[in-house]
Structure formats: C-alpha cells, structure tokens
Design a protein around this ligand. Structure first.
Ligand code: SAH
Ligand code: SF4
Ligand code: F3S
Length: 582
C-alpha cells in the first residue's frame, strides 16, 4: 500500500491557484507529502470552480472515477475544496458519497483539521506505518471537533457574511492562512500571486462568485506589503495582485479592527460611482486606495521587478491609478479589464453598471496615459466577453464584435453564457439563446479576436523585449518526458522545470499549483546536442507569451525566474518567437 501522499488538482481562476498554493504550504508544514500522480495518492483533493457548468462537470467526472477507485481502495480520502464545495454544500455529499471532506473557499484554514479527522476515522483501514505517522501528529494539529458539522467533514460558509466593517470584530481566520504563507525559496518559480481583496459585492446577474467567495473584504495594506517583501526576500521577482475588482481596493485606517494584535481585513462598502470624475473619491490621509497601495509596493519592495494586478473593473478606475502606473517603471503596462458585452442593453441586464461608451472612454483614457511604444512601454489590454446572454440578438452580438475591434485586446477570453444556480440571471431570465447560436457567436468572436491578436503581436516583431522566463514550454516538456520515460523506470519522470510546464493557452499563472505541478522537482538538463535546444517560455511586461530556444551551453535552470532581453523575429496571434540577446 502506498504511504499517504496528497494529490491536489486545481480548477478555475488565479484566486484558486493561490488558494491551492496556500493549502499546499499549510499541509507541507504539517508533514504531508505531495505527488503529481492521483493513482499514487491516498488523499485526493480537488480545488474547484463553479463559474460555468463545464467547470463543474469536470469535477463530477473526476469524483465518479474516485468512487470506482474507492471501491478497491477504501482508505482513500477524497476532498472537494473551493467554489463548488461552497455552492453545492451538503448536496454534493449526497450525490457523491465518495467525498470525505468538503471545504468552501472561506474556510480553507480548517482543511488540516478536517483531513486529520477523515484520516483518523479510517484508522482501522490504514497500514501500521500510517497509523504510526498519525500518532506522531503534534497535539496542536489534532482536529477541532467543533469544526466538524453534520456529515462530520464539512466546513463551508466561514467569512462570507455581508456585515458592516465595524461589526467585523471576529477574527478573520482566513487572513491567518495568507499571513502564514510559507515562502520557501525552493518552491516558487520567481513569480507569485498576492491577494489584496477577497469576495465580490458587484452581483453581476450571471455570476456565482459573490455567492461562493462571499462579501468583499480588503486586506490591510501592511499585510500585503509585508507579504510582497517576504516573497521578494525568497527570490520572487514578479508579483500579480489578485482581486475580483482590484481598482476598488480601499482600506480605511480609522475603521480598522484589531483582534489578538492582528489588523483585520475590512468589509468593502458600496463603491461610490464616479461618472465623469476620475479622482478616487475616497483618497485621503486615513485611507489607502488602490493607487496608494500600488505606490507603496513599488516604493517599498524594489526587488519586485514586475508588479501586475487582475482583474480591473471598468467602472471608477481613477486617473490616480493610471498616474501611479505611468510613474512606476516596475508596474506592468497591462490591464485585464473585462467588458462582457458591447451592447448597452446586455450590460444593463448583466448589472455591470457602465455603458459601452463609458467603457471605451476608459480604454482611451488608459491608452492616453500608458501606451508609450516610443519608449518601449506599450500598453496591452486583455478582456472577457460572454456571448448568448438571455435575449442577446444579432444586433447586440454585432455591437460586441464592434467593441472587440475598438478595444484591440492582445487576447480576450470568450465564454458562452452558462446559467448558474443561485444567480440573479437564472431566476430572472430564460436561457433563450440556443446552444448552436451561442457556439456560432463564440466561434465568430474567436476568429475575429484571432485576427486582432495577430495584428497586435505583429507590432512587436523586430523589437527587443525584456521577458520574464517562466519555464520550459509545453512542447519541450512533452519531448523531455518522452526521453525520460525511455531512459528511466516508470514513476521517476522529470516532468517540468521549476514545477512549470506552460504553453500559450494558459493564462498568466506562473504560480500554478495544478496537481501535476506539486511534486518534488528535478531540474531539466542543459540543452544537449542530440536532443536539440530546449524551448523556453517567457512573458513580456504586457503579458504576451514569448518562446525562445535555450542558448547552447546555458542551462534552463539558470534562466528560469530571470528577466532577459529577447529579440522578436516572428509572431503568432497569441505568442511571439525570438532569440535571447545575452
Ligand atoms: N471579477 C471579474 C470576473 C470573474 S469571473 C470581472 O468582473 O471581470 C471570470 C469571467 O468568467 C467573467 O469575466 C465572465 O466573462 C465569465 N463568467 C462569469 N460567469 C459566467 C457565466 N455564468 N457564464 C459564462 N461566463 C461567465
Ligand atoms: Fe462576478 Fe461581476 Fe464580481 Fe466579476 S465583478 S466576480 S463578474 S459579480
Ligand atoms: Fe471559479 Fe470561484 Fe474563481 S467560481 S472563477 S474558482 S472565484
């Protein structure tokens, strides 16, 4: 029987990737070992996403496989973490009794206690070796029985309540999870996520996130700056700040609550909409705004050579933020600012709170502040679009295509509307756009965006760009695996470099902790004559993927995590190719 090892697979957004990283470091600190092979694990965890039905279907099918496996391996522990655990709750346990542990995103700090409990209830099924290991668990990590609810293994809602900031006197234990983040020089790739805001108060009618992630909460600025400093001290050079609407970050120091000596995160208030005014209405001595936060990190943590943030909300994005970006050489000229639709009628039904002309005005304003190709600092934009939202006509759709042409995103994620239980749209509107129409609109926009992306990337050919080297490209990693499997016994395969295997289809997620990424790393050897050069994958300041061959005589290990100049000689819609200028 294999000794206990954890397999963790992550679905969904960067927020989930960060959660998985925090969970991983928390469990590692308690002595758990991770494996990239689900088959070799005795604890299988899925960190799930509910944003579209498709995301949930993948997890249901994984759980179906686990049910079969548990029939032959009864000591297996299966856990569902994240947004799907929160949205489905106990219903998930009823449909899939194979699940032992269920933890929503607001209660991830409870996972060790729940896992420990799940393992103990299986003591009679476990090997002597495992029993001994569990017996050695320190008293401080013994499960807290008060945490265990009806099914014994459920901890869902946590800090998702929508109380006012002044009432938030209870300690935010989730904040402790972020604060306890173990920053190990060995377990990062030079790039990291840092959360600034949790939850969301926007209630776009299609969206499940305000229900799964709960009320918007802003982390104390000092916690964020300190975390960036600790990451920088461990060698991280690129940080992406995370929040659903980062530009609405605001921390009022006068209203700060301290519990046990720790300043608590603060509930977001309704963000005053500033139509036509572009200064942050909350700026002032006693308030840290998003612009202030960016300036603080840039100034106080100069070792961070690239600072990015996602996601920006198109409403109330102040000139103060744009000014800080323009003045700060280490803040990337990149904005991910989803429009969702190019039709005012759709935007109204979606409850986005802006019009198409306001959106385009923002894009123009951002470009006039930040697009400076003449000094090698162009602005790149990325977007999200939903097609087939209820009642969307061909005219609405044509308006969205028009918006794509005007916005000129470097890339845009295009989604077919997926009705989500619990959202406002599913109650209020009939999902009346047939699936084949959604699919056609989706394909048409993808083709259009492909042309736009190609013309955006063509502009970089001939330029020398500073790129952040993330790892071996997926193509190179696959080839390496084929060679390794031929040369070594099964199960001893070096899959990735620095835990990374990336290709053009993945969003910027150098900190990805997908199950297959969490394992003991083995470095990829230097380029060898017989195998040919190893292709590396990197990103520009504007988050465009760049592929290049590792130069002869250089080891990929030396280059990963570095920022190096690459001369671009060829382009694809979603990637550039070039040669390092070393
Ligand atoms: N906070 C971000 C988006 C978070 S969800 C923002 O407001 O921009 C990521 C993306 O998933 C959204 O931008 C949207 O395009 C898409 N999405 C969310 N709910 C969806 C649904 N029900 N159907 C299809 N796409 C959806
Ligand atoms: Fe969802 Fe809207 Fe919040 Fe984004 S802003 S997470 S789309 S509710
Ligand atoms: Fe999915 Fe939850 Fe992120 S629903 S997109 S994992 S916030």
């Amino acid at each position: 029987m294999p000794e206990p090892a954890v397999y963790l697979e992550t679905f969904g957004c960067q927020m989930n990737e960060l959660d998985s990283e925090l969970v991983t470091s928390q469990l590692r600190a308690l002595g758990y070992r991770f494996t990239p092979e689900a088959e070799q694990a005795s604890i299988v965890l899925y960190n799930t996403c509910s944003v579209r039905e498709h995301a949930e279907q993948k997890v249901w099918s994984r759980l179906g496989e686990m049910a079969l496996r548990k029939a032959r391996q009864p000591e297996l522990v299966v856990g569902v973490l994240g947004c799907m655990a929160e949205r489905e709750g106990d219903a998930l346990l009823k449909r899939m009794p194979v699940v032992d542990v269920l933890v929503g995103p607001g209660e991830l700090d409870k996972l060790p206690g729940l896992l420990d409990n799940a393992l103990r209830t299986r003591l009679s099924l476990l090997s002597d070796e495992t029993v001994q290991r569990l017996a050695a668990t320190p008293e401080t990590h013994k499960p807290d029985v008060n945490l265990l609810r009806s099914a014994g293994q459920v901890a869902l809602a946590g800090n998702t309540s929508r109380r006012s900031a002044t009432l938030a006197a209870a300690q935010d234990t989730l904040e402790m999870l972020d604060l306890a983040r173990a920053v190990e020089p060995d377990h990062h790739s030079g790039s990291a996520y840092v959360r600034i805001t949790r939850g969301c108060n926007k209630f776009c009618t299609y969206c499940v996130v305000p229900f799964t992630r709960g009320a918007e909460v802003h982390r104390p600025p000092q916690h964020i700056v300190d975390e960036c400093k600790r990451l920088a001290d461990a060698g991280v050079v690129e940080i992406t700040l995370l929040g659903q609407t980062v530009n609405h970050y605001r921390f009022e120091h006068g209203a700060a609550v301290t519990v046990g000596g720790v300043v608590q995160p603060q509930k977001g208030r309704v963000y005053k909409h500033t139509r036509g005014e572009y200064a942050d209405p909350y700026a002032g001595e006693n308030v840290t705004t998003f612009a202030d936060l960016l300036a603080m990190i840039h100034e106080q943590v100069p070792a961070i050579r690239r600072l990015r943030f996602v996601t920006s909300f198109p409403r109330s994005f102040g000139d103060d933020v744009l000014t800080v970006i323009r003045q700060s050489p280490r803040i990337c000229r990149y904005l991910h600012v989803p429009a969702q639709s190019g039709s005012d009628r759709m935007l109204g039904l979606m409850n986005r709170g802006y019009t198409v002309s306001e959106y385009l005005e923002f894009i123009d304003r951002a470009r006039s502040f930040l697009h400076q190709p003449e000094i090698g600092r162009p602005l790149t934009l990325a977007g999200d679009i939903i097609v087939g939202f209820p009642t969307e006509t061909e005219e609405d759709f044509a308006a969205t295509a028009d918006l794509l042409r005007k916005a000129r995103y470097k890339n845009c994620f295009i989604f077919k509307y997926s009705p989500r239980p619990g959202t406002i749209a599913i109650d209020r509107f009939t999902d009346d756009v047939p699936d084949e129409v959604k699919r056609r609109r989706n394909n048409q926009l993808l083709a259009l965006q492909n042309e736009i992306s190609a013309s955006v990337s063509a502009e970089f050919v001939g330029q020398t760009l500073d790129v952040f080297v993330q790892g071996v490209s997926k193509r190179a990693a696959k080839r390496k695996v084929a060679q390794a499997t031929a040369a070594r016994p099964a199960g001893a395969v070096a899959l990735t470099l620095g835990g990374k295997s990336l290709d053009g289809s993945e969003p910027a997620s150098a900190c990805s902790v997908h199950g297959s990424h969490v394992h003991d790393e083995q470095p990829v050897a230097a380029a060898t004559a017989d195998a040919g050069p190893i292709q590396l994958s990197a990103r520009t300041d504007g988050d465009i993927i760049v592929f290049f061959d590792c130069p002869p005589g250089r080891s990929p290990d030396d280059l990963v995590g570095e920022i190096i100049p690459v001369k671009i000689d060829r382009h694809e819609p979603l990637a550039l190719h070039g040669r390092p200028v070393l």
